[in-house]
Design a protein around this ligand. Sequence first.
Ligand SMILES: C[S@@+](CC[C@H](N)C(=O)[O-])C[C@H]1O[C@@H](n2cnc3c(N)ncnc32)[C@H](O)[C@@H]1O
Length: 312
Amino acid sequence: MAYRHIPAMLNEAIQSLNCRPGKTYTDCTLGGSGHAKAICERILPDGLFIGIDQDIDAIINAQKALQSYSSNIRLFHGNFINLPQYLAQLKIDAVDGILLDLGLSLHQLENSGRGFSFNKDEPLDMRMDNQSATTADDLVNNLAEEELRKVFKDYGEERWSRQIARKIVKNRAQKKIQTSKELAQIVRKAIPRRAPSERRIHPATRVFMALRIAVNKELEVLNAFMAGVADWLNPGGRLCVLSFHSLEDRIVKQHIKAMEKGCICPPKLPECACGKKSVMRSLTKKVLRPGDKEIAVNPMARSTRLRAAEKI
Ligand SMILES: C[S@@+](CC[C@H](N)C(=O)[O-])C[C@H]1O[C@@H](n2cnc3c(N)ncnc32)[C@H](O)[C@@H]1O
């Protein structure tokens, strides 16, 4: 089956990465290789492209989609948190651009069969990397009620987290919850009848997003990556992050702000004692969002937020 995904904010992302011929760029989230292809086209014939994805389907797709650049690309199946190890394997200290396009591809949502969508009746898996240990089934059927509530509240900002967690625990005591459809129906029943019509989104949207974030440890991984990213860029190298909800965007924004900040000594001190230097310069004082034209063609891009920064 063809790998389906339309790259979000393609022009803006490529522009902010400042792709230059002969330089080295890393796409940490290959997905359908749309951004990857655009980067490869700009850095050839002498540039090097490093592609990473924790989903083996994306790697298999990239091997075909980027075939014509094969002598200039290196692909890694794994988590982008392992970027330093991959660079060490290639004997590279740092790169000239890093792209993160977070979240799920359309392929994963619609065709992976892993229960990412509440519109499908599939096993509750939700792992992007099928070699990782914990599935959504494990969380839904084993977490204590309070832990479930916390997942829905913290990762989904779900208003009805308590009611939903209670309903899940009640249902699974009768029968294990096995599919995305079963879970979506339980969530729908847990939310007061008047509530769904108040919302513009499907009642299970936030619960599914929260479970996916928890299964893939998305926020912990993003936080750890952003804490190290400046070390993996050459001076003048660019970072571009596309995120899809406020929890991710907040992490990206806070890290860029912290990397931009120099001395953090109290103003009373006559001279700097902390030694902290500014290591990155933000290129997007205000977050960039897709235009109406793009959203009309690719509704999945509607919540994209782009932030970029340059290594000093
Ligand atoms: C939105 S898609 C990327 C789409 C891609 N930019 C394109 O043009 O088609 C996100 C991809 O990132 C991958 N991904 C998400 N988190 C990851 C992580 N921590 N490490 C590696 N890959 C990750 C997912 O498996 C998915 O394939």
